[in-house]
Design a protein around this ligand. Structure first.
Ligand SMILES: Cc1cc2nc3c(=O)[nH]c(=O)nc-3n(C[C@H](O)[C@H](O)[C@H](O)COP(=O)(O)OP(=O)(O)OC[C@H]3O[C@@H](n4cnc5c(N)ncnc54)[C@H](O)[C@@H]3O)c2cc1C
Length: 420
Protein backbone atom coordinates (compact mmCIF):
# COMPACT_ATOMS: atom_id res chain seq x y z
CA UNK A 1 0.00 0.00 0.00
CA UNK A 2 1.68 3.22 -1.14
CA UNK A 3 0.41 6.68 -0.25
CA UNK A 4 2.52 8.35 -2.97
CA UNK A 5 4.82 7.36 -5.82
CA UNK A 6 7.53 9.66 -4.42
CA UNK A 7 8.14 11.81 -1.36
CA UNK A 8 10.50 14.80 -1.45
CA UNK A 9 11.99 15.97 1.85
CA UNK A 10 12.43 19.74 1.66
CA UNK A 11 10.96 22.48 -0.50
CA UNK A 12 14.21 24.20 -1.50
CA UNK A 13 14.53 25.00 -5.20
CA UNK A 14 16.10 21.55 -5.73
CA UNK A 15 13.28 19.73 -3.94
CA UNK A 16 10.57 21.72 -5.69
CA UNK A 17 12.14 21.12 -9.10
CA UNK A 18 12.38 17.35 -8.48
CA UNK A 19 8.81 17.16 -7.15
CA UNK A 20 7.16 19.36 -9.76
CA UNK A 21 8.85 17.48 -12.60
CA UNK A 22 7.69 14.14 -11.17
CA UNK A 23 4.16 15.56 -10.84
CA UNK A 24 4.36 16.83 -14.43
CA UNK A 25 5.07 13.27 -15.57
CA UNK A 26 2.02 11.97 -13.69
CA UNK A 27 3.62 10.70 -10.49
CA UNK A 28 1.80 11.15 -7.18
CA UNK A 29 4.21 13.34 -5.22
CA UNK A 30 4.31 14.82 -1.73
CA UNK A 31 6.79 17.48 -0.58
CA UNK A 32 7.34 17.73 3.20
CA UNK A 33 8.90 20.97 4.41
CA UNK A 34 9.96 21.72 8.01
CA UNK A 35 9.56 25.48 7.63
CA UNK A 36 6.22 27.27 7.36
CA UNK A 37 7.49 29.08 4.22
CA UNK A 38 8.60 27.13 1.11
CA UNK A 39 11.83 27.84 -0.78
CA UNK A 40 14.63 26.87 1.64
CA UNK A 41 17.67 29.12 1.11
CA UNK A 42 15.67 31.02 -1.53
CA UNK A 43 12.61 31.78 0.61
CA UNK A 44 11.46 35.36 1.18
CA UNK A 45 9.61 36.90 4.11
CA UNK A 46 7.77 40.16 4.86
CA UNK A 47 7.94 42.55 7.82
CA UNK A 48 5.93 45.77 8.07
CA UNK A 49 5.53 46.16 4.31
CA UNK A 50 9.15 45.24 3.48
CA UNK A 51 9.73 42.10 1.44
CA UNK A 52 13.12 40.48 2.11
CA UNK A 53 15.05 37.77 0.29
CA UNK A 54 16.80 35.39 2.66
CA UNK A 55 19.42 34.21 0.16
CA UNK A 56 19.91 34.50 -3.59
CA UNK A 57 19.57 37.71 -5.57
CA UNK A 58 21.99 37.20 -8.50
CA UNK A 59 20.06 35.59 -11.35
CA UNK A 60 20.65 35.20 -15.04
CA UNK A 61 18.78 33.66 -17.96
CA UNK A 62 15.52 32.98 -16.11
CA UNK A 63 13.41 34.19 -19.02
CA UNK A 64 15.83 33.98 -21.95
CA UNK A 65 14.91 31.12 -24.35
CA UNK A 66 18.61 30.89 -25.35
CA UNK A 67 19.74 30.45 -21.76
CA UNK A 68 21.22 27.21 -20.43
CA UNK A 69 19.73 27.91 -16.99
CA UNK A 70 18.03 24.65 -15.94
CA UNK A 71 15.38 26.57 -13.99
CA UNK A 72 14.20 28.21 -17.19
CA UNK A 73 13.97 24.80 -18.83
CA UNK A 74 11.96 23.49 -15.86
CA UNK A 75 9.56 26.46 -16.08
CA UNK A 76 9.00 25.60 -19.75
CA UNK A 77 8.23 21.97 -18.96
CA UNK A 78 5.85 22.98 -16.15
CA UNK A 79 4.28 25.62 -18.43
CA UNK A 80 5.06 28.26 -15.82
CA UNK A 81 6.86 31.56 -16.18
CA UNK A 82 7.94 34.53 -14.11
CA UNK A 83 8.44 38.21 -14.87
CA UNK A 84 11.91 39.70 -14.42
CA UNK A 85 13.67 43.06 -14.56
CA UNK A 86 16.93 43.12 -16.57
CA UNK A 87 19.71 45.35 -15.25
CA UNK A 88 23.43 46.02 -15.59
CA UNK A 89 26.13 46.04 -14.45
CA UNK A 90 25.83 42.90 -12.37
CA UNK A 91 27.19 44.73 -9.32
CA UNK A 92 30.17 46.54 -7.87
CA UNK A 93 33.08 45.00 -6.02
CA UNK A 94 34.74 47.31 -3.49
CA UNK A 95 38.33 46.66 -2.37
CA UNK A 96 40.37 49.01 -0.15
CA UNK A 97 42.43 49.83 -3.28
CA UNK A 98 39.35 50.78 -5.34
CA UNK A 99 35.97 49.75 -6.73
CA UNK A 100 35.06 48.16 -10.02
CA UNK A 101 31.76 47.59 -11.78
CA UNK A 102 31.24 43.97 -12.88
CA UNK A 103 30.04 44.00 -16.46
CA UNK A 104 28.42 40.96 -18.03
CA UNK A 105 30.11 41.80 -21.31
CA UNK A 106 33.47 39.99 -21.20
CA UNK A 107 35.39 42.79 -22.95
CA UNK A 108 34.06 45.55 -20.67
CA UNK A 109 34.86 43.39 -17.66
CA UNK A 110 38.45 42.81 -18.82
CA UNK A 111 38.92 46.53 -19.61
CA UNK A 112 37.90 47.42 -16.04
CA UNK A 113 40.17 44.75 -14.56
CA UNK A 114 43.04 46.15 -16.69
CA UNK A 115 42.83 49.46 -14.81
CA UNK A 116 43.90 47.53 -11.67
CA UNK A 117 46.13 44.84 -13.20
CA UNK A 118 47.05 45.28 -16.91
CA UNK A 119 49.02 42.01 -17.20
CA UNK A 120 46.50 40.22 -14.97
CA UNK A 121 43.67 41.23 -17.32
CA UNK A 122 45.43 39.41 -20.18
CA UNK A 123 45.81 36.31 -18.02
CA UNK A 124 42.16 36.57 -16.96
CA UNK A 125 41.15 36.67 -20.62
CA UNK A 126 42.90 33.32 -21.21
CA UNK A 127 41.24 31.83 -18.12
CA UNK A 128 37.83 33.05 -19.32
CA UNK A 129 38.38 31.73 -22.84
CA UNK A 130 39.07 28.23 -21.48
CA UNK A 131 35.92 28.41 -19.38
CA UNK A 132 33.86 29.59 -22.36
CA UNK A 133 35.07 26.60 -24.42
CA UNK A 134 33.83 24.34 -21.62
CA UNK A 135 30.54 26.27 -21.36
CA UNK A 136 29.92 25.98 -25.12
CA UNK A 137 30.54 22.23 -24.99
CA UNK A 138 28.25 21.80 -21.96
CA UNK A 139 25.47 23.85 -23.55
CA UNK A 140 24.73 21.02 -25.96
CA UNK A 141 23.52 18.72 -23.17
CA UNK A 142 20.63 20.26 -21.21
CA UNK A 143 20.75 19.68 -17.45
CA UNK A 144 17.24 18.20 -17.57
CA UNK A 145 18.57 15.38 -19.77
CA UNK A 146 21.09 14.29 -17.13
CA UNK A 147 20.40 11.38 -14.81
CA UNK A 148 22.55 9.64 -12.24
CA UNK A 149 22.13 6.00 -13.29
CA UNK A 150 23.62 3.93 -16.13
CA UNK A 151 20.78 4.94 -18.47
CA UNK A 152 22.56 8.25 -18.88
CA UNK A 153 24.94 6.46 -21.26
CA UNK A 154 22.34 5.43 -23.92
CA UNK A 155 20.67 8.86 -23.61
CA UNK A 156 23.97 10.64 -24.28
CA UNK A 157 25.05 8.25 -27.05
CA UNK A 158 21.79 8.36 -28.97
CA UNK A 159 20.69 11.96 -28.53
CA UNK A 160 23.74 14.01 -27.67
CA UNK A 161 26.70 12.31 -29.37
CA UNK A 162 27.89 15.47 -31.23
CA UNK A 163 28.08 17.37 -27.91
CA UNK A 164 29.68 14.35 -26.29
CA UNK A 165 32.44 14.40 -28.91
CA UNK A 166 33.07 18.08 -28.13
CA UNK A 167 33.29 17.28 -24.42
CA UNK A 168 35.70 14.34 -24.71
CA UNK A 169 38.91 16.45 -24.90
CA UNK A 170 37.61 18.47 -21.92
CA UNK A 171 37.03 15.54 -19.55
CA UNK A 172 40.01 16.57 -17.37
CA UNK A 173 38.70 20.14 -17.09
CA UNK A 174 35.17 18.99 -16.25
CA UNK A 175 36.44 16.88 -13.40
CA UNK A 176 38.85 19.57 -12.17
CA UNK A 177 38.55 22.74 -10.13
CA UNK A 178 38.47 26.35 -11.25
CA UNK A 179 41.67 26.71 -9.21
CA UNK A 180 43.53 24.24 -11.43
CA UNK A 181 42.58 26.31 -14.51
CA UNK A 182 43.61 29.48 -12.68
CA UNK A 183 47.02 27.96 -11.79
CA UNK A 184 47.57 27.22 -15.48
CA UNK A 185 46.90 30.74 -16.79
CA UNK A 186 46.89 33.35 -14.04
CA UNK A 187 49.93 34.58 -12.07
CA UNK A 188 48.80 38.08 -11.11
CA UNK A 189 47.92 38.02 -7.37
CA UNK A 190 45.20 40.68 -7.70
CA UNK A 191 43.40 38.78 -10.44
CA UNK A 192 43.83 35.47 -8.58
CA UNK A 193 42.05 37.05 -5.61
CA UNK A 194 39.33 38.36 -7.94
CA UNK A 195 38.79 34.83 -9.30
CA UNK A 196 38.72 33.45 -5.76
CA UNK A 197 36.12 36.10 -4.89
CA UNK A 198 33.91 35.24 -7.88
CA UNK A 199 34.10 31.53 -7.00
CA UNK A 200 33.34 32.36 -3.36
CA UNK A 201 30.26 34.36 -4.38
CA UNK A 202 29.10 31.44 -6.47
CA UNK A 203 29.82 28.44 -4.28
CA UNK A 204 30.86 29.81 -0.88
CA UNK A 205 34.30 28.30 -1.54
CA UNK A 206 37.44 29.63 -3.26
CA UNK A 207 38.66 28.60 -6.73
CA UNK A 208 40.47 25.38 -5.73
CA UNK A 209 37.32 24.07 -4.06
CA UNK A 210 34.89 25.15 -6.80
CA UNK A 211 34.30 22.75 -9.69
CA UNK A 212 35.28 24.20 -13.08
CA UNK A 213 31.89 23.58 -14.83
CA UNK A 214 30.15 25.69 -12.17
CA UNK A 215 32.25 28.78 -12.84
CA UNK A 216 32.20 28.06 -16.60
CA UNK A 217 28.42 28.08 -16.43
CA UNK A 218 28.40 31.39 -14.54
CA UNK A 219 30.88 33.14 -16.84
CA UNK A 220 29.14 31.74 -19.94
CA UNK A 221 25.60 32.60 -18.92
CA UNK A 222 26.55 36.01 -17.63
CA UNK A 223 28.20 36.99 -20.91
CA UNK A 224 25.68 35.32 -23.27
CA UNK A 225 22.36 35.70 -21.48
CA UNK A 226 20.39 38.31 -19.53
CA UNK A 227 21.14 39.41 -15.98
CA UNK A 228 17.81 39.92 -14.30
CA UNK A 229 15.96 40.10 -11.00
CA UNK A 230 12.59 38.35 -10.53
CA UNK A 231 9.65 40.71 -10.03
CA UNK A 232 8.52 40.03 -6.45
CA UNK A 233 11.95 38.75 -5.34
CA UNK A 234 13.25 35.19 -5.03
CA UNK A 235 9.85 34.03 -3.82
CA UNK A 236 8.53 34.60 -7.36
CA UNK A 237 10.69 31.62 -8.44
CA UNK A 238 9.54 29.53 -5.48
CA UNK A 239 5.88 30.46 -6.10
CA UNK A 240 6.14 29.45 -9.77
CA UNK A 241 7.56 26.05 -8.79
CA UNK A 242 4.89 25.52 -6.12
CA UNK A 243 2.21 26.56 -8.65
CA UNK A 244 3.66 24.08 -11.16
CA UNK A 245 3.79 21.32 -8.54
CA UNK A 246 0.18 21.81 -7.48
CA UNK A 247 -1.17 22.39 -10.98
CA UNK A 248 0.18 18.99 -12.01
CA UNK A 249 -1.34 17.31 -8.95
CA UNK A 250 1.59 17.32 -6.49
CA UNK A 251 1.11 18.21 -2.81
CA UNK A 252 3.11 20.40 -0.44
CA UNK A 253 2.91 20.11 3.35
CA UNK A 254 4.55 22.98 5.24
CA UNK A 255 5.58 22.82 8.91
CA UNK A 256 6.13 19.10 8.39
CA UNK A 257 9.53 17.97 9.64
CA UNK A 258 10.72 14.55 8.52
CA UNK A 259 12.46 12.57 11.23
CA UNK A 260 13.50 9.46 9.37
CA UNK A 261 13.66 7.84 5.95
CA UNK A 262 12.30 4.32 6.36
CA UNK A 263 14.41 1.57 4.80
CA UNK A 264 13.61 -2.15 4.71
CA UNK A 265 16.02 -4.68 3.24
CA UNK A 266 18.00 -1.92 1.54
CA UNK A 267 14.93 -0.32 -0.10
CA UNK A 268 13.19 2.91 0.88
CA UNK A 269 9.62 2.39 1.96
CA UNK A 270 8.61 5.87 3.13
CA UNK A 271 9.19 8.45 5.85
CA UNK A 272 8.39 9.06 9.49
CA UNK A 273 7.42 12.59 10.48
CA UNK A 274 8.40 14.27 13.73
CA UNK A 275 4.84 13.75 15.00
CA UNK A 276 5.17 10.00 14.42
CA UNK A 277 3.02 9.84 11.28
CA UNK A 278 4.23 7.34 8.68
CA UNK A 279 3.83 8.05 4.95
CA UNK A 280 4.62 5.32 2.47
CA UNK A 281 6.30 5.66 -0.94
CA UNK A 282 8.85 3.52 -2.80
CA UNK A 283 10.97 6.58 -3.67
CA UNK A 284 12.22 9.20 -1.20
CA UNK A 285 14.27 12.14 -2.44
CA UNK A 286 16.13 14.11 0.20
CA UNK A 287 16.59 17.83 -0.38
CA UNK A 288 17.94 18.16 3.19
CA UNK A 289 21.69 18.74 3.45
CA UNK A 290 23.91 15.78 2.65
CA UNK A 291 25.10 15.81 6.29
CA UNK A 292 21.56 15.70 7.74
CA UNK A 293 20.53 13.04 5.23
CA UNK A 294 23.38 10.69 6.14
CA UNK A 295 23.54 11.34 9.88
CA UNK A 296 19.93 12.04 10.91
CA UNK A 297 17.48 10.84 8.25
CA UNK A 298 19.23 7.55 7.47
CA UNK A 299 20.49 5.06 10.05
CA UNK A 300 24.01 3.56 10.00
CA UNK A 301 22.62 0.27 8.75
CA UNK A 302 20.65 1.86 5.87
CA UNK A 303 23.52 2.79 3.54
CA UNK A 304 26.87 1.22 2.64
CA UNK A 305 29.71 2.51 4.84
CA UNK A 306 31.70 3.74 1.81
CA UNK A 307 28.76 5.74 0.43
CA UNK A 308 28.35 7.46 3.78
CA UNK A 309 32.08 8.19 4.00
CA UNK A 310 32.17 9.79 0.53
CA UNK A 311 29.02 11.83 1.23
CA UNK A 312 30.24 13.11 4.57
CA UNK A 313 33.62 14.15 3.15
CA UNK A 314 31.85 16.90 1.12
CA UNK A 315 33.42 20.23 2.14
CA UNK A 316 31.01 22.45 4.07
CA UNK A 317 30.64 26.22 3.85
CA UNK A 318 30.57 28.23 7.10
CA UNK A 319 27.17 29.60 8.04
CA UNK A 320 26.13 33.19 7.26
CA UNK A 321 25.12 36.16 9.38
CA UNK A 322 22.32 38.17 7.74
CA UNK A 323 21.18 41.75 8.16
CA UNK A 324 17.78 42.80 6.82
CA UNK A 325 17.07 46.53 6.90
CA UNK A 326 14.23 48.79 5.79
CA UNK A 327 15.53 52.32 5.19
CA UNK A 328 14.28 55.64 3.81
CA UNK A 329 15.17 56.15 0.13
CA UNK A 330 15.38 59.94 0.37
CA UNK A 331 18.82 61.20 -0.64
CA UNK A 332 19.93 57.78 -1.95
CA UNK A 333 19.11 58.42 -5.60
CA UNK A 334 22.42 57.07 -6.96
CA UNK A 335 22.06 53.70 -5.24
CA UNK A 336 22.81 50.54 -7.25
CA UNK A 337 21.55 47.05 -6.45
CA UNK A 338 24.51 44.72 -5.75
CA UNK A 339 27.69 45.36 -3.80
CA UNK A 340 30.47 43.14 -2.54
CA UNK A 341 32.78 44.78 -0.03
CA UNK A 342 36.17 43.31 0.93
CA UNK A 343 37.26 45.26 4.02
CA UNK A 344 40.92 44.25 4.19
CA UNK A 345 42.96 43.06 1.20
CA UNK A 346 45.59 41.52 3.48
CA UNK A 347 43.07 39.20 5.13
CA UNK A 348 41.68 36.14 3.39
CA UNK A 349 38.32 36.79 1.72
CA UNK A 350 36.76 33.83 3.60
CA UNK A 351 37.55 35.19 7.08
CA UNK A 352 34.15 35.93 8.70
CA UNK A 353 33.23 39.59 8.34
CA UNK A 354 35.91 40.41 5.74
CA UNK A 355 33.73 39.92 2.65
CA UNK A 356 30.20 41.33 2.81
CA UNK A 357 27.52 40.84 0.17
CA UNK A 358 24.79 43.45 -0.19
CA UNK A 359 21.65 43.36 -2.26
CA UNK A 360 19.13 46.21 -2.52
CA UNK A 361 16.40 44.72 -4.72
CA UNK A 362 14.16 47.79 -4.38
CA UNK A 363 16.55 49.47 -6.84
CA UNK A 364 14.88 47.19 -9.45
CA UNK A 365 11.49 46.36 -7.93
CA UNK A 366 10.10 49.23 -5.85
CA UNK A 367 7.08 47.18 -4.77
CA UNK A 368 9.29 45.26 -2.34
CA UNK A 369 9.14 48.15 0.17
CA UNK A 370 6.64 50.85 1.16
CA UNK A 371 6.80 53.93 -1.11
CA UNK A 372 9.97 56.00 -0.56
CA UNK A 373 11.88 53.16 1.13
CA UNK A 374 14.48 50.52 0.28
CA UNK A 375 14.77 46.91 1.46
CA UNK A 376 18.35 45.78 2.10
CA UNK A 377 19.79 42.31 2.55
CA UNK A 378 23.44 42.09 3.62
CA UNK A 379 25.33 38.99 4.73
CA UNK A 380 28.76 37.67 5.57
CA UNK A 381 30.29 34.34 6.56
CA UNK A 382 29.93 33.53 10.23
CA UNK A 383 30.56 30.19 11.98
CA UNK A 384 27.39 28.44 13.13
CA UNK A 385 28.93 27.48 16.49
CA UNK A 386 28.73 29.84 19.44
CA UNK A 387 25.33 31.36 18.63
CA UNK A 388 23.27 29.53 21.27
CA UNK A 389 20.86 32.03 22.82
CA UNK A 390 22.15 33.25 26.17
CA UNK A 391 23.38 36.17 28.24
CA UNK A 392 25.78 37.54 25.62
CA UNK A 393 23.71 36.83 22.49
CA UNK A 394 22.50 40.40 21.86
CA UNK A 395 25.91 41.89 22.54
CA UNK A 396 27.58 39.39 20.19
CA UNK A 397 24.99 40.15 17.53
CA UNK A 398 25.69 43.90 17.80
CA UNK A 399 29.43 43.37 17.69
CA UNK A 400 29.53 40.82 14.82
CA UNK A 401 27.10 42.81 12.63
CA UNK A 402 29.36 45.89 12.59
CA UNK A 403 31.21 44.60 9.51
CA UNK A 404 27.88 44.57 7.63
CA UNK A 405 26.93 48.12 8.68
CA UNK A 406 30.47 49.28 7.76
CA UNK A 407 30.16 47.59 4.36
CA UNK A 408 26.83 49.30 3.71
CA UNK A 409 28.28 52.71 4.56
CA UNK A 410 31.30 52.09 2.33
CA UNK A 411 29.24 51.00 -0.67
CA UNK A 412 26.94 53.97 -0.31
CA UNK A 413 29.81 56.48 0.06
CA UNK A 414 31.37 55.08 -3.11
CA UNK A 415 28.02 55.16 -4.99
CA UNK A 416 27.46 58.71 -3.83
CA UNK A 417 30.91 59.95 -4.84
CA UNK A 418 30.47 58.30 -8.26
CA UNK A 419 34.07 57.09 -7.92
CA UNK A 420 33.73 53.87 -9.88
C1 LIG B 1 23.03 33.70 1.55
C2 LIG B 1 22.90 32.97 0.23
C3 LIG B 1 22.99 33.68 -0.96
C4 LIG B 1 22.88 33.02 -2.17
N1 LIG B 1 22.94 33.74 -3.34
C5 LIG B 1 22.70 33.12 -4.52
C6 LIG B 1 22.57 33.89 -5.71
O1 LIG B 1 22.67 35.13 -5.67
N2 LIG B 1 22.27 33.24 -6.88
C7 LIG B 1 22.10 31.88 -6.90
O2 LIG B 1 21.81 31.33 -7.98
N3 LIG B 1 22.23 31.12 -5.78
C8 LIG B 1 22.51 31.72 -4.60
N4 LIG B 1 22.57 30.99 -3.45
C9 LIG B 1 22.44 29.54 -3.54
C10 LIG B 1 20.99 29.09 -3.67
O3 LIG B 1 20.17 29.85 -2.83
C11 LIG B 1 20.95 27.64 -3.25
O4 LIG B 1 21.84 26.89 -4.05
C12 LIG B 1 19.58 27.02 -3.40
O5 LIG B 1 18.56 27.87 -2.95
C13 LIG B 1 19.64 25.73 -2.61
O6 LIG B 1 18.48 24.99 -2.83
P1 LIG B 1 18.36 23.51 -2.36
O7 LIG B 1 17.05 23.01 -2.82
O8 LIG B 1 19.55 22.73 -2.77
O9 LIG B 1 18.45 23.49 -0.77
P2 LIG B 1 17.79 24.38 0.38
O10 LIG B 1 17.36 25.69 -0.12
O11 LIG B 1 18.75 24.31 1.52
O12 LIG B 1 16.47 23.58 0.79
C14 LIG B 1 16.43 22.52 1.68
C15 LIG B 1 15.03 22.51 2.29
O13 LIG B 1 14.87 21.29 3.00
C16 LIG B 1 14.18 21.57 4.21
N5 LIG B 1 14.49 20.48 5.14
C17 LIG B 1 15.71 20.12 5.61
N6 LIG B 1 15.61 19.05 6.43
C18 LIG B 1 14.29 18.73 6.45
C19 LIG B 1 13.55 17.70 7.11
N7 LIG B 1 14.16 16.79 7.89
N8 LIG B 1 12.22 17.66 6.94
C20 LIG B 1 11.57 18.56 6.12
N9 LIG B 1 12.23 19.55 5.49
C21 LIG B 1 13.56 19.63 5.64
C22 LIG B 1 14.75 22.91 4.64
O14 LIG B 1 13.89 23.57 5.56
C23 LIG B 1 14.82 23.63 3.29
O15 LIG B 1 13.61 24.30 2.98
C24 LIG B 1 22.69 31.62 -2.21
C25 LIG B 1 22.60 30.90 -1.01
C26 LIG B 1 22.69 31.57 0.20
C27 LIG B 1 22.58 30.79 1.48
Amino acid sequence: MQDFDAIVIGSGIGGLVAASMLARYRKRVLVCESHTIPGGAAHSFSRRGFHFDSGPSFYCGLTDPQSFNPLRQVFDILEESIATIPYHPLGHYHFPEGSLPIYANAKNYLDTVATFAPQGAKELQKFQQNLLVLYEALRGIPAVALRSDWQLIPVLLTRYWPSLLKLLPLIGTIAGSAGELMDRDVRDPWVRRLIDLECFLLSGLKAHETVAPEIAFMIGERSRSIIEYPVGGSSAIVDALVRGLQRWGGQLRLGTHVDRILVTSGKTTGIRLQNGEIIRAPIVISNATIWDTYTKLLGDEDVPVDDRKVALSTPAVESFMHLHLGIKAEGLEGLTGHHVVVHDSNIDITVPGNTCMISIPTVWDQNLAPAGHHAIHAYTLEPYEGWEYGEFYQEKKRERSQSLFKALEKSYQICDSGSY
